[in-house]
Design a protein around this ligand. Sequence first.
Ligand code: F6P
Length: 362
Amino acid sequence: MEMKIGVITGGGDCPGLNAVLRAVVKTAIRKYNFDVIGFRDGYRGLVKNDYVPLTESSVSGILDRGGTILGSSNKDNPFKFKIEKNGVVEERDMSERVVENLCVHEIDAMVFIGGDGTLTSARDFSNMGVKVIGVPKTIDNDLNCTETTFGFSTAVETATDAIDKLHSTAESHHRVMLLEVMGRNAGWIALHAGLAGGADVILIPEIPYDIDSVISSLKRRKNLGKNFSIVVVAEGAKPVGGDVVVSKIVADSPDPVRLGGVGNKVAADIERLSGIETRITVLGHLQRGGRPNAFDRVLSTRFGVAAVDLVNEGKFGRMVCLKGAEISSVPIGDAVGSLKLVNYCGEMVSIAKSIGIQFGDE
Ligand code: F6P
C-alpha cells in the first residue's frame, strides 16, 4: 500500500455521509492503492481507538443509505473530551491521545467529514501537524466557503414534501398550517423549502419577525379570498427584540443549546391575535434521515473523490468545496469560526419578496 488514510463522520448525521465514505474508499483503493480505516462515532472512536478497516465490500450497497455506517456523535470534542471519574464528569484534552492512535495505525492522512464543530477540531489537528482533509457536511448549509454542503438538498426536499402535504389539508379546512424546520441559527432550509413549497410567510433567524406584521399579511390574504395560508418557521427564528426558543440543553455537548418550539409560539400567537384556526407541524429529525437525493449522492461522491485526490497531491489542511459548479478546495481555517447565514438583503430573500412572500418585517 502506498499510504494509509483514516476517516471519521462527525456531528449530526445527514443524508450523503455513506456516499462520501463509499467514494473515499473506492478512490483510495482503486485509483491510488491506499489503505483506509474508519473510526467509529466521530472523534470518540479516534480517542478510544475504536476502528474498523474499510474495504470495497464494507462500502458496497451504501450509496443510497441514510445515516453513516461509521456512526457519529455531536457530543465529543477531542480537545475538551468529557470523561466520567467517580461519578464526576471532567473535561480533558485528548488530542495527544488521538495523535498517538494515528501513529499506532501508521495513518498518513485523516479525512474529517463534518460541519463547523468537527472541522474546527480538524483545523486544530492540522495545526498540530496532522495531515488533514475536510469534507463539508450539514443539513443546515451554514458552512462558509462552499456553495452548499451535502445533505442540505435532501433536507430541503423533505421539508418541501411536507409543505406540499400541508397545503392540501390547509385548503380543505381553511386553516393556517405552520411548519417548523431545522437549521440552527441559519434560515437556509426554511428559505429554500418555503420557496419550493410556495409558503406565504417564511420566518428565519436572520430577519427578526414582528407578529403583527405576520398577522396583517395573513389577514390580507384572507381578504383577497385566499382561505388558507402556509407559514414556514426556522427553529432559530426570533421576534424583533426577542430571543430564540430553546427546546433542550444537552449538558455533555460542546454546543449544548438545542433550538425548537418557536413554531408553537408563533402558531399560538397567530390563533390568539387573529382568530384564524392554526395548526403546527414540527418536522424535526425527519430532515436528517432517509435516502440522499440524486443531487446529494452526486455531490457526496464528488467531495469524497476530491478529498482523496488532495491526499494524493499532498495538499493538506484543506476542505473540499463547491465553488460555482466546480469542485475546489480552501484552507479549513477559512471555512470555520463563523457561520454562513442568509443575507437578508441578498438575492434569495429579494426573489421571495418579489413574489409576495412575507418575512414578518414589513
Ligand atoms: O446541525 C444539524 C441539526 O439537525 C440542526 O439543524 C439541529 O438544530 C440540531 O442538529 C439537532 O441536534 P440533535 O440531533 O442533537 O437534536
